[in-house]
Design a protein around this ligand. Structure first.
Ligand code: KIV
Length: 307
C-alpha cells in the first residue's frame, strides 16, 4: 500500500497563514499557491493539499451556478459560498471575491460589502477587479483594516467592455496601462495582485516592479504565485481557456459513478444488506403479530411486560 504524502506546505504549517508571510514568500522566491473553492469540502481539501490562498471567486456564477458570465453573482450568493469555505479551511487565507455591483457604486457601498465578507462569512480578505475607480475603493477598504487583493488584465466582470474573454496588455500602450495600474494598486494598499491573461513578459515586468506578490492566471511562470479555478483544474468539463492545466478528469469519473448508481438502483443491486439497518427478531415478530391482528402496533417488548 502506498504511503499518504503529507501536504507540501510552502511555509507556516501551524494555524492561519499570516498575511505578511506572502510578501516574505515573494522575497524568498517561494511560489504562492492559490486555488478557488466554493464549498466546505473544497476548502477542506485545498487546506489538506497545502494551498496557501483560497479564492471564493465570482467564477462561482459560471462553474457552480450555471450562468454564462460572472456578472450575475450576488452578494448573498457569495456570502453563502464564502461561509462554507471558511468552515472547511483553516490554514489558507480565504479571499472573498466582491461581485459585480457590490463595489462599483461608491466607496461607502464597497466598504459595507467588504465588511459583510469579513463579519458574516469569515473571509480574511476581499478581491476587487480593476484599476482606475477601483483605487479609491481599495484605499477605503484597506483603511478600515480589511486586506484587499487587486485583479487586473482580463477582468471578467468587464468582459463586454474588453471585447470578450480575451488576453490583455498585448500592445505597448495597453501593457504600459497595466504596469501603471499595478503600481497604483500597490500604492493604494493591495497586499497582492491577480494578473489574468497577460503576456508573460509583461507580467514579469510588473512582478519585478512590485513588492507585493503577483498571482498569475494565464500570465506565465514569472508571477510570484499561480491561481486556477477548482472546476477547471479538476476537469469537471472539457475545454476552457488555454491557460488551464487539468490535473484530473473528474467530470467523466463523476458521470460514470452516477451511471453505475442508476443502473444498480434500476436492477435492484443497490442497496445490499450492508447498507441497511437491523431490527431485533423479537421486535419484528411483535410487529408482524400486531399487523396480523390488525391492532395498534405495540411499541416495544418492554410495553408488553409493563402491560
Ligand atoms: O473569480 C475567479 O475565480 C477569479 C480568478 C480566476 C482569479 O477571479
Amino acid at each position: 500500500m502506498s504511503e499518504k504524502k503529507p501536504p507540501q506546505y510552502a511555509s507556516w504549517t501551524h494555524g492561519k497563514l499570516p498575511l505578511p508571510e506572502l510578501a516574505e514568500m515573494k522575497r524568498r522566491g517561494q511560489k504562492i499557491v492559490m486555488v478557488t473553492a466554493y464549498d466546505a469540502p473544497g476548502g477542506r481539501l485545498a487546506d489538506a493539499a497545502g494551498v496557501d490562498i483560497i479564492l471564493v471567486g465570482d467564477s462561482a456564477a459560471m462553474v457552480v451556478l450555471g450562468h454564462d458570465s460572472t456578472v450575475p453573482a450576488t452578494m448573498d450568493e457569495m456570502l453563502v459560498l464564502t461561509r462554507a469555505v471558511t468552515r472547511g479551511a483553516s490554514r489558507p487565507l480565504v479571499v472573498g471575491d466582491m461581485p459585480f455591483g457590490s463595489f462599483q457604486v461608491s466607496d461607502e457601498k464597497a466598504l459595507e460589502n467588504a465588511i459583510r465578507f469579513v463579519k458574516e462569512a469569515g473571509a480574511d480578505a476581499v478581491k476587487l477587479e480593476g484599476g482606475g475607480a477601483t483605487l479609491s475603493r481599495v484605499r477605503t477598504i484597506v483603511d478600515a483594516g480589511i486586506p484587499v487583493m487587486g485583479h487586473i488584465g482580463l477582468t471578467p466582470q468587464s468582459a463586454t467592455m474588453l471585447g470578450g474573454f480575451k488576453a490583455q496588455g498585448r500592445t505597448a500602450e495597453k501593457a504600459q496601462r497595466l504596469y501603471v495600474d499595478a503600481q497604483a494598486l500597490e500604492r493604494a494598499g493591495c497586499f497582492s495582485l491577480v494578473l489574468e491573461a497577460v503576456p508573460p513578459p509583461v507580467a514579469a515586468r510588473i512582478t519585478d516592479a512590485l513588492s507585493i506578490p503577483t498571482i498569475g492566471i494565464g500570465a506565465g511562470v514569472e508571477c510570484d504565485g499561480q491561481v486556477l479555478v477548482y472546476h477547471d483544474l479538476l476537469g469537471y468539463q472539457e475545454g476552457g481557456p488555454r491557460f488551464v492545466k487539468q490535473y484530473a478528469r473528474l467530470g467523466p469519473e463523476i458521470q460514470a459513478a452516477l451511471e453505475s448508481y442508476a443502473a444498480d438502483v434500476r436492477s435492484g443491486v443497490f442497496p445490499e444488506a450492508q447498507h441497511t439497518y437491523g431490527i431485533p427478531e423479537e421486535e419484528l415478530a411483535l410487529f408482524e403479530t400486531a399487523l396480523e391482528a390488525n391492532e395498534r402496533p405495540i411499541t416495544t417488548a418492554r410495553d408488553l411486560d409493563a402491560g
